[in-house]
Design a protein around this ligand. Structure first.
Ligand code: NDP
Length: 251
């Protein structure tokens, strides 16, 4: 069983790597990149709630129902997961100012698939394989540096999303140049923060299944940030020239 699970996880990582260049050339068609040619559309807010809900539920429920004894460290990992996804599913969609905007049903379906597989992989790992981290693990270097990275990444993601969500007045749907926080360095600090967060999570757990989630997050968000960056530079003549796309000073 263990070998089969590992094979699934490595295949899942391989798929993220293969799809990375595809996502660079074909931007995911939602938000500013929406394309009506991608089939039937759904209300944007409803779409976000539906597609992110499996991420909030799958991993924690799987762990809860696995029936094995779990150490307190495992529950701490699950608490971080729930904190992140409570915001993404139950708070973020209600703060979005996207009145009348739509999201393709095909994007919602593919996000559900992505969130279910990630949730099951991490849930199976925490439920059956990594269910017994000793309490002393919290004094280890991976745990401490990973928790630091998770916290910094979460803070950057929250702050940057907050800046973006306040750019529009109620009822508006257009785009402005964002300033403040890490927007001084990159076009998409929200995506940068999310990537740092999940690599921090993988480091804290020092395990391949959570790492597969971080790799997928990178494969989704680096291409999206590159297309946002290109879009900003084409749309705004006065767009700050010194900004990178997603990784400060580098990319
Ligand atoms: P975006 O930066 O594209 O948009 C975030 C919100 O801000 C949207 O409501 C968008 O409106 C609005 N917005 C963005 N830029 C501007 C602007 N310049 N002016 C006015 N409003 C703006 O983020 P995503 O939609 O890609 O992602 C949202 C969150 O979900 C992020 O925190 C991201 O990290 C996370 N995420 C995580 C993934 C993962 O794989 N783990 C995958 C995808 C997202 P509009 O929709 O109208 O463009």
């Amino acid at each position: 069983m263990g070998i089969d699970f590992n094979t699934v996880v490595y295949a899942w990582i391989g798929l993220a790597v293969v799809l990375f260049p595809v996502q660079v050339f074909i931007p995911a068609p939602y938000g500013r990149h929406i394309k009506k040619s991608w089939g039937p559309l759904l209300d944007n807010r409803l779409g976000w709630i539906i597609m992110e809900m499996p991420a909030l539920l799958c991993c924690p429920l799987f762990v809860l129902l696995s029936g094995t004894e779990k150490s307190v460290v495992v529950w701490f990992f699950i608490a971080l997961w729930v904190i992140h996804y409570t915001n993404r599913v139950l708070i973020f969609p209600f703060r979005m100012r996207t009145p009348g905007k739509k999201i393709p049903f095909s994007i919602v379906l593919s996000a559900i698939f992505f969130n279910v597989v990630n949730g099951l992989i991490c849930g199976y790992y925490f439920g059956y394989i990594g269910n017994a981290y000793p309490v002393e693990w919290i004094y280890s270097l991976p745990f401490i540096t990973g928790l630091l990275a998770w916290t910094v990444g979460f803070a950057i993601n929250m702050q940057s999303d907050h800046i973006l969500l306040r750019l529009r007045k109620p009822g508006e749907t257009g785009y402005r140049i964002p300033y403040g926080g890490l927007f001084g360095k990159v076009s998409c600090p929200n995506h940068f923060g999310e990537i740092v967060e999940w690599f921090g999570f993988a480091m804290m757990t020092w395990a391949i299944p959570p790492l597969s989630f971080a790799v997928w997050t990178t494969a989704n968000l680096v291409p999206r940030a590159l297309s946002h960056h290109r879009w900003y530079r084409e749309k705004f003549r006065d767009y700050p020239q010194n900004r990178k796309a997603v990784i400060p000073y580098i990319l």
